[in-house]
Write a protein that binds this ligand. Structure first.
Ligand SMILES: [Zn+2]
Length: 244
């Protein structure tokens, strides 16, 4: 287990109802929305809801110094992610400014915690780590709603760590630049579906050929049937793989 402090909330119907969380299939990431606030401050806020009679809580809170506070045991639900509460573990992250961007310490702890949870519950970081936004459309975590590529980068970093492939901060920043470049290249290209390798744009051909040649990609009755977003993702993964 990674280093964290367990200070569970007092059981109460507003922030710790003690409803069993039977099966964990997702990890939901949030931002606290209160710039500059501390993990302990947010924990105290959740505790105070038993008197304020407001429903909200989170399993984990990560502070600006990377400290992790656990408020709710993993076998109980939290009130954090709407309809996903019944199957997800929630993580609230503190942030210095109103843009909601996490600092490196917070981000590093979040990566570690997600690696730990993915291992424990046998989750796939690319599909099982979600934003609050993905569940309810709420702009949370704000920075990752406004900068979805940063969220992709985050999930890929967790995946690499999980595979035992440590990514240093320098490598992380290199990867980030690379992804930035790819996003720039593909900006302005109209979304469409590609059914043959000939239709795939130049920037994607090498990656898609690799997947086809290694039987990682098989078509449907509509041919390859790769849409623009899938192509984008496949190229990112391929370039990331090739760069190490
Ligand atoms: Zn949220």
């Amino acid at each position: 287990m990674i280093e964290h402090r367990q200070t569970y909330l007092t059981p109460n119907k507003y922030s710790r109802p003690q409803t069993p969380l039977k099966k964990v299939t997702k990890i939901a990431v949030h931002y606290v929305g209160n710039a500059g606030s501390s993990a302990q401050g947010n924990r105290n806020y959740f505790e105070s809801l038993k008197d304020k009679h407001l429903y909200a809580s989170s399993h984990y809170i990560i502070g600006l110094n990377g400290e992790i506070i656990q408020c709710i045991p993993e076998n109980e639900i939290s009130y954090c992610t709407n309809q996903a509460n019944s199957y997800s573990i929630s993580i609230e992250c503190c942030h210095p400014k109103t843009d909601g961007k996490f600092n490196d310490k917070t981000l590093n702890s979040l990566i570690e915690l997600c690696v730990h949870l993915c291992k424990k519950y046998n989750l796939n970081p690319l599909t099982d780590i979600i934003r609050h936004y993905d569940v309810s459309g709420k702009k949370c975590p704000l920075y990752w709603v406004n900068n979805p590529k940063e969220f992709e980068l985050f999930k890929n970093t967790v995946k690499k760590r999980l595979e035992g492939d440590e990514l240093t901060m320098t490598q992380y920043n290199e990867l980030k630049q690379e992804i930035d470049t790819i996003f720039k290249e593909i900006d302005g290209i109209k979304p469409k579906t590609y059914s043959t390798i000939e239709e795939v744009p130049e920037w994607g051909k090498e990656a898609i050929s690799y997947y086809i040649n290694n039987n990682l990609l098989q078509g449907t009755d509509k041919g390859l049937n790769i849409d623009y977003n899938l192509l984008r993702l496949l190229v990112i993964l391929y370039r990331e793989k090739s760069s190490h």
